[in-house]
Structures are given as structure tokens and as C-alpha cells.
Design a protein around this ligand. Structure first.
Ligand SMILES: [Zn+2]
Length: 349
């Protein structure tokens, strides 16, 4: 007969009270952030086909949604705006009466206890769908195409580039317009070099030195964003975003990106997407000891929704497991389309 082990891990797995006693990682509603899509109109609650259970909401509906989220214990929302009109320079992004400032004002007035974060970028407002100012190569076929805002033209990367420094000015203006409306945190997602510094400087100069920056420090050029682009109608009309978003293969570069954002004044570091990049979340947490936010993106949500609709997975235990994995990797905040469901579940327990 074998000598029994002195330490038997199974002893502490017998029954939920014991398991719960030694559980290392927990979800908590006050670290959940719900992304919301806001558009013009009244009483609009337009379902997003690729993201079942998510909607494009008019300002009045976004307020109702926020009230409900806050009631369930969710602490924060992250707002994405949809443009009524688009142009080359994304002017709707930094319009003082733009859709995001309108929503921020309404939410802050009617659900004052809820933290309102805003995504700061141009891509939902530009005719070409890129996150910055597009410059076209001399004599480029795209010069004409881009101006007309024409759809999905094949192109080579050599035919255009995104003007980094010209974009910074507009990103900073966008952030200030959100802060003026009362945003509690701003989150620049354009992935231009120097964006966090530009936003910090502009906020400080406008008297918003107390508004923190949630930096999309490490944003990969991911195929998992596809359902989101349907949600905010922001797919690039030509080429892709690989000249500014990060290559999925890189981890050292992720650390350099995060270090730059910290140097420029980032208060929270975000990793996006989450699930395929848990190693990055882990490395960032280990290296910098900063609050880390994991953005569990639309594709992660859509995959689970689609599989569970076919009966191939059971939705709830899967997202619980996925959200725990992000926490375990080192994330503090979880930005997730399951924020409301998770907060409800936590209330029941
Ligand atoms: Zn963008």
C-alpha cells in the first residue's frame, strides 16, 4: 500500500464553503466597466446583430441603461459615440455638442454616482474610418477615393499614411470636449505615439488636471474587433490599422508602449483584447505595478454568444471562467459586455 500524501489538495475542494474559503481570485461589481454605444435620436434601442444583447442607444436610453447598471452595482461605463456625419478630419469627435458630450452631460445629471469614461478616438467620425488624419501619397489613386469617402477600395500601405502629430491635436481636443461635459476619465484609443502626453497636457491647460487617463497602452491590431466595428460603423474603408495598432506577436514592445504611456501620465494601463493576451496583462502588472484594465472585446463576447446559441457551450459559466482568467492574469478593472450580467450574478450570490 502506498503511503498517503500528507498534503492532499482535494481536502479543500470538498463542498462550496471550503472552496470559497480559499478562493484566490474573485470578481467584484465595482471593478466592472460596461461599454455602451450612444447615437442620436430618441427612444432608440437598436440591437447590434453581431453582439446579441447589446444595443446602439440614444441619449435618453443610455441614461436608462446607466441607471440600471448602477442599480446592479456596476461602477463605471465606457462610452463610444456613433457619428451622424463623417468627414476626413473626424470633426464630430471633438464637436462640443457631439454625441458623447451630450450623453456624458445627461448621465452625470441623472445618474451622478456612476463613473463615466469616454473612448477618445476619431475612427467612428472619419469618412475613411482610420483613427487619425490620412495623408495620401502624391498622385495616389486613393487621394481621390478617400476624399469621396468611397467604400472598401483595395490599396497598398505605400499609398497613404496616418499623420501622427497632426492627429494628436485632434485627439487632445476630443478629450477636452469630453472633460468639459463632465467625463470622469478619458481613454485615448488611437494608438498614435505621444497621445497620452498630448491629452494630459491639453487637459491640464484647460483646468482638468484632476481628470485621469485610462490609456489604451497596449492595443493590438486584432481580428477580434470585427463585431464592434459593426456596432459603431467604424471599419476602415481601405487598408487596415496595422501601421498604428500593435503586432499581435510582440510582448517586449507591449512593455515599451506601456512605459511610454506611464512617462506621459497614464493613470491606468489597458490591454486590448484581453483573452488572447493574458500574458501581456500579466507582464504589465509585474513590470509596472499600475492598475491594469483588461478590455474583453466584441469578438470574445460574440464567440461565446454564438456557441451558446447553438447549444455548444453554456454561456454563463464560460464568461465567469473567462473573466476570472483576466483577473488571475493581473487585471484590476474588467471592461466587458458581460458587466451587467456579472454584476447581477454577484448580487445573487
Ligand atoms: Zn480609433
Amino acid at each position: 500500500m502506498m503511503t498517503p500524501q500528507r498534503y492532499r489538495p482535494r481536502r479543500m475542494r470538498l463542498g462550496e464553503p471550503l472552496r470559497s474559503l480559499v478562493r484566490e481570485t474573485r470578481l467584484s461589481a465595482n471593478q466592472l466597466v460596461m461599454p455602451l454605444f450612444v447615437r442620436s435620436g430618441k427612444r432608440v434601442r437598436a440591437p447590434i446583430p453581431s453582439m446579441p444583447g447589446q444595443f446602439q442607444l440614444s441619449v435618453d436610453e443610455v441614461v436608462n441603461e446607466c441607471r440600471e447598471l448602477h442599480g446592479h452595482g456596476v461602477s463605471a461605463v465606457l462610452l463610444f459615440g456613433l457619428a451622424d456625419r463623417k468627414d476626413e478630419r473626424g470633426s464630430g469627435a471633438y464637436a462640443k455638442d457631439g454625441i458623447v458630450p451630450q450623453a456624458v452631460r445627461a448621465i452625470k445629471a441623472q445618474v451622478p454616482g456612476l463613473l463615466v469614461m469616454t473612448d477618445v478616438c476619431l475612427c467612428a467620425y472619419t469618412s475613411h474610418g482610420h483613427c487619425g488624419i490620412v495623408k495620401y501619397a502624391q498622385g495616389s489613386r486613393l487621394k481621390a477615393l478617400g476624399k469621396r469617402g468611397s467604400k472598401k477600395q483595395p490599396s497598398a500601405e505605400s499609398e497613404f499614411w496616418i499623420d501622427n502629430d497632426a492627429t494628436l491635436e485632434l485627439i487632445a481636443k476630443t478629450a477636452v470636449s469630453h472633460a468639459e461635459a463632465g467625463a470622469d476619465l478619458v481613454a485615448p484609443s488611437d494608438m498614435m505615439d505621444g497621445n497620452v502626453g498630448a491629452v494630459r497636457q491639453a487637459l491640464d491647460a484647460s483646468g482638468f488636471d484632476r481628470v485621469p487617463i485610462l490609456a489604451y497602452a497596449v492595443k493590438f491590431a486584432s481580428s477580434l474587433y470585427a463585431p464592434f466595428r459593426q456596432a459603431v460603423e467604424s471599419a476602415p474603408q481601405f487598408s487596415d490599422r496595422r501601421s498604428y495598432q500593435m503586432d499581435s506577436a510582440n510582448t517586449d514592445e507591449a512593455l515599451r508602449e506601456a512605459a511610454l504611456d506611464i512617462e506621459q501620465g497614464a493613470d491606468i494601463l489597458m490591454v486590448k483584447p484581453a483573452l488572447a493576451y493574458l500574458d501581456i496583462i500579466h507582464r504589465l502588472k509585474q513590470a509596472f505595478h499600475y492598475p491594469v484594465a483588461a478590455f474583453s472585446v466584441s469578438g470574445e463576447y460574440a464567440m461565446v454568444k454564438a456557441a451558446s446559441a447553438r447549444g455548444w457551450l453554456s454561456e454563463r459559466p464560460v464568461w465567469v471562467e473567462l473573466l476570472l482568467a483576466m483577473k488571475r492574469a493581473g487585471a484590476d478593472l474588467l471592461i466587458t459586455y458581460w458587466a451587467k450580467d456579472a454584476a447581477k450574478l454577484l448580487r445573487e450570490q
